[in-house]
Every structure is written in structure tokens, then in C-alpha cells.
Design a protein around this ligand. Sequence first.
Ligand code: C5P
Length: 285
Amino acid sequence: MTGTAREAAWAKLNLSLDVLGTRPDGFHDLRMIMQSVDLHDDVTVTLDGTGVCRAETNRSYLPCGADNVAVRAAQVFLERAGLTCGVHIRLHKRIPVCAGLGGGSSDAAAVLRALNRWKDYPLSVYALCELGAQIGSDVPFCVLCGTALAEGRGERLTKLPDTPEMFTVICKPDVCFSTPALYAKLDDVALAKRPDTRAMRAALEKGDLEAIGAGLCNVFEQVAIPDHLELNYIKSIMMSYGAYGAQMTGSGSAVYGLFDSFEYAAVACTMLKDKYSEIFLAKTV
Ligand code: C5P
């Protein structure tokens, strides 16, 4: 049994991220509005007769076996489809790791989509999302893509209307946060500000970029930024070069700004390039 399928693995941004409380399973209940952008990894999946799933990447520090979520996704899909073949996954990574951009989750989702397409779509998108939830909290959204409200652990998805085309500058500083440690800090603080998810949905429905920018809110910023004021510096550069709003995505440490003009976004990129090496200009998909 052989065959090759290719998929783009889109990065995600959190337009809003609220942590509502802890759950009996140790995870947290979330409410977040997620948005795919065209910064992407290239994922190539080749089926072979080896009976083994493994990955090869252009980032030497990433694992290539079952510790890699993309490999885990292939195993979960084969198990569900009752297949015994092997899968070789080639990941050409562009999405920075430890960034809150869903890079690993998106690779896993792309593997699920690629295998499903190769098998002539035996699973619906929602069945693929359910498989994705076994792999990681952000994987279901990365299967769906576009704009969506994610609730529960991240697996309860409501598709939202596509946003107007927006440009984004994404800047990943040289700092890496531990996601479980940030959740633990959040459990111990009273949040000063939470996202108004309903207002953000209304802004998205109207395509009101000013309101979208003003409504950005990620509660992780309240426990991440006090020890890393550099994140505020990046946001201030983006705002001073015309962003409608700027914030950290997910559990960081990447910060993004939203722009309606490619030219303004390009200038913001140039200004940040002096100090940061991981800068990307992308647009919403
Ligand atoms: O599911 P994922 O691998 O993204 O989760 C990484 C970590 O983030 C979990 O081990 C957990 O500590 C935390 N988490 C959480 N509640 C969620 C999602 C993640 O506590 N809804």
C-alpha cells in the first residue's frame, strides 16, 4: 500500500482567549476565538509497507517518533481506519515552535486531513476533529481552520463567518513559556480583564477591523507579560506602525499585530527585524 499526499499546516492566532476554570480531568475550560493565517508548514505524508510511523523535519531538535504529535496523529488515524501500513511524514517547518501559533497541532491536523483525503474521505471533518482531540487541545481547530469559537478543552467548535482579509505581523521573541506553568499561575491570580467574546463575535460578523483590534484579549498575557515586558515593547512597535490591535497568541511567546494594509504591516516588520529574527508577515485564511 503506497501513496503520497501533501497538505499545508496553517498557523493559528487567538483573537480571544479566556480560561473559565479547572476541570475534573485536570485541564481547564476555555473560550477562545481562533483564526488561521497563511504562515504554514508543508506536510508530506507517504504510505509504505513498513508498518511504522515516523517523521523527518528540517528542525533537528524535534522528535521523529511517537513523541512528535504528527506521528501520533498518523497512528491514531491508522488505528481508527483499521490500517496496518506505515507512514513517513516529511515536515518542512516554518511556524516557530514554543510560540502559541499551534505549529505542532497544525502538523498533526494536516496529517489527519492528508490521510483522510488519501483514503477517499472515509471520515467527516467533525469525526477528524474528534480524532484530533485525542492528540491535543488545539488539533480540532487546526483540522477545521478558518475562524471559529472553541470551547471546552478546545474541542467544542462553532464555525464563525470568515473574517475580512487582514494582514498580520507575527514576532516570536527569544523566550519560551511552559504552557502548564502559565495555567498554574492563572489558577492563582484574580484576572483584571477578560475577553468580551460576544462583542468579538459581533465585530467579526460586521467585519469591523477597528472593533476586532480593540477587542483582542488573551488572559495569558496577565501572567506572562509582568516577567517579560519585552512583549509589551513588541506590541507598542506594532501599534505605532498602524496595527488595529496587538497581543500574544495562545500561551506565547509570539506576539502579533493586525493590519488592514500590507504596506503598514511591511514597515512594522522592517522595524522589528533590527532586533528579532523570527518575524513573519501573513494574512488571514
Ligand atoms: O492539549 P495540549 O497538549 O495542548 O495541552 C498542553 C497542556 O496545557 C496540558 O498538559 C495542560 O497542562 C494544559 N491545558 C489545560 N487545559 C486545556 C488545554 C491545555 O490545562 N484546555
